[in-house]
Ligand binder design. Structure first.
Ligand code: NAG
Ligand code: NAG
Ligand code: NAG
Ligand code: NAG
Ligand code: NAG
Length: 398
C-alpha cells in the first residue's frame, strides 16, 4: 500500500498485458459466429510492441558477461574489447503505445513456465546469433546448463533444473539446396549451380517439427548476389524439374516461402507456437562489407535517418532488409505463424555490431567489418525480452 510508485508502474502494465492476452486469445478462437451476439464490443486493439524508441536506462544491466559458455568468439564483444559496451547495453526498447510492455526477462520465471518444453530456432546465422543471446540469458537461472547438439541441431543448450531444451537448426534457405558442378567447362564460366528444390524443406529442420513446442523461423541473408554470384548461381527446381523461365533471386525467395510456409502449416503440430522473425538490418556505412563498409558508431541512428539508410528507393547498400520483409510479410499473412517484427527497432542500432572487434587479428583484413551480426550482450537481449514476453503470453493462454 505504501508503494505508490511501484503500483503506478505495475497497474498499467497489468492492463496492457490483459488487453494483449485478450486480443491474442481472440486470434486463437475459431472464426465461428459469436455465441454471444449481445456483446458487440470489438476486440481491443493490441499494443504494437514493435514501434517505439530506445531510451537510456542507466540501471539496465545484461544478464551475462564474456564468460557465458555458449558464446561464439566473433560475437563476444566484451571479450573482444569493443568500445562503449556499457552504453550499448544501457538502452532499453520502449514501445510507443505501451512503454512498459517489454519487461526485463525473468529467466527463472520463464524457465519454470516452460518446464519440460523445447524451443527451436531455424534459419541463418542471424538466428544463431539470437540463439546465443537466448541461451546466455537463460543460463543465468541455471548454472548447470550444458551444450546440447542432437537431432541435427547445429548448436543448443539444455537446462537441467527445468528440463528445457533450446537449439538452432541451420537451414539458410529453408528449402533443400545442393551444389552441382558444371558438366562442361565452357558454359560462360559458370562453375556449377546451387540447385534449390523449392518444394522440399531442408532435412535440417523438417525432421524435427514435432520435437519442439515453439519454433522460430527466419531466412534472408543468403538471398543475394553476395552468397550466390553469377558464376555459382541459384537455380530453382519444382517437382524435380527446373522452373522456366529461370527465377531471379528475389522471385526465388517468394516462391520458396510460398511453398515452404504451407508445409510448415501442414507439418508442424497445431499446438506448436510458430514465429517468423523479420529481417535483421545491416549497417554498412560508406560501402559494402568487401568495400571497406564500416559501422564504427557510438550512438544509435535517429528515427529521421532510418529511411535514408534503409528505404529501397534510395538504393543504399543496406536496402535488402525492407525488401525481404515485403516478401515475408505477404507470405505469412493469413497463416497461424506470428510475425516478430524486429527490423524497425534494430534499424536504429548502427552502434551495436561487432564491427572491428572480432577477436582475431586478421579478421577485418580478410572479411571486412562485421556490421551484420550483433554484439553480445546487446540488441539481441531486447529480442529475447520480446520473444519471451510473447511466448509466455501464448503458452499461458493455450
Ligand atoms: C514493422 O514495424 C514497422 C514499425 O511499426 C513498420 O513500419 C513495418 O511496416 C513493419 N513491418 C512488417 C513486415 O510488419
Ligand atoms: C566510446 O568509446 C571511446 C573509446 O573508449 C570513447 O573515446 C568514446 O567517448 C565513447 N563514446 C561514448 C558515446 O561513450
Ligand atoms: C550435370 O549432369 C548431371 C547428370 O546428368 C545433372 O544431374 C546435373 O544437373 C548437371 N549439372 C548441371 C550444373 O547442369
Ligand atoms: C530426414 O528425413 C528424411 C525423410 O524422412 C530422410 O531421408 C533424412 O535422412 C532425414 N535427415 C536427417 C538429418 O535425419
Ligand atoms: C579499402 O581500404 C584499403 C586501405 O585503406 C584500400 O587499400 C582499399 O583500396 C580500399 N578498398 C576499397 C574497395 O575502397
Amino acid at each position: 500500500m505504501k508503494q505508490p510508485s511501484r503500483w503506478s508502474l505495475l497497474f498499467p502494465t497489468l492492463i496492457l498485458l490483459t488487453l494483449t492476452l485478450l486480443y491474442l486469445s481472440s486470434l486463437l478462437l475459431p472464426k465461428s459466429p459469436s455465441p454471444n451476439p449481445s456483446n458487440p464490443s470489438p476486440p481491443p486493439k493490441p499494443c504494437d510492441l514493435f514501434r517505439g524508441r530506445w531510451i537510456h536506462d542507466p540501471f539496465r544491466r545484461p544478464l551475462y558477461d564474456a564468460t557465458c559458455p555458449f558464446h561464439r568468439n566473433s560475437w563476444n564483444c566484451l571479450r573482444n574489447g569493443r568500445h562503449n559496451m556499457t552504453r550499448i547495453n544501457s538502452l532499453r526498447w520502449a514501445p510507443a503505445a505501451c512503454p512498459a510492455a517489454v519487461p526485463a526477462v525473468d529467466p527463472e520465471g520463464f524457465l519454470r513456465a516452460m518446464r519440460g518444453r523445447r524451443i527451436g530456432f531455424v534459419g541463418d546465422s542471424l538466428n544463431e546469433n539470437f540463439l546465443v543471446a537466448f541461451l546466455c540469458v537463460l543460463r543465468s537461472a541455471d548454472g548447470g546448463a550444458r551444450k546440447w547438439k542432437r537431432k541435427g541441431a547445429w548448436r543448443g543448450g539444455y537446462f537441467p533444473r527445468f528440463d528445457v531444451t533450446v537449439a538452432y537448426h541451420r537451414a539458410v534457405l529453408l528449402a533443400r539446396y545442393e551444389w552441382q558442378p558444371a558438366n562442361d567447362t565452357n558454359a560462360n564460366g559458370v562453375k556449377g549451380i546451387y540447385r534449390v528444390d523449392v518444394d522440399i524443406p531442408a532435412d535440417d529442420w523438417i525432421n524435427v517439427t514435432k520435437f519442439y513446442d515453439v519454433l522460430l523461423f527466419n531466412t534472408g541473408h543468403w538471398w543475394g548476389p553476395d552468397k550466390f554470384p553469377d558464376k555459382t548461381p541459384l537455380v530453382f527446381y519444382r517437382e524435380g524439374k527446373p522452373i522456366l523461365p529461370p527465377l531471379g533471386i528475389s522471385d526465388g525467395l517468394r516462391v520458396v516461402l510460398n511453398s515452404i510456409i504451407p508445409i510448415i502449416e501442414r507439418e508442424v503440430p497445431r499446438t506448436t507456437l510458430k514465429f517468423w522473425r523479420t529481417q535483421s538490418p545491416r549497417h554498412f556505412h560508406g560501402g559494402e562489407w568487401n568495400q571497406n563498409g564500416s559501422c564504427l558508431f557510438d550512438h544509435p541512428l535517429d528515427e529521421n535517418q532510418l529511411d535514408s539508410w534503409f528505404d529501397p528507393k534510395n538504393n543504399g547498400v543496406n536496402k535488402e532488409a525492407r525488401e525481404v520483409n515485403h516478401v515475408i510479410e505477404r507470405a505469412i499473412r493469413g497463416t497461424s505463424i506470428r510475425l516478430l517484427n524486429f527490423t524497425h527497432l534494430s534499424e536504429f542500432r548502427a552502434d551495436a555490431h561487432p564491427a572491428i572487434w572480432l577477436g582475431k587479428k586478421d579478421a577485418v583484413a580478410v572479411w571486412g567489418q562485421d556490421c551484420l551480426h550483433w554484439c553480445l550482450p546487446g540488441v539481441l537481449d531486447t529480442w529475447v525480452e520480446l520473444l519471451t514476453t510473447l511466448i509466455l503470453q501464448n503458452i499461458e493462454n493455450g
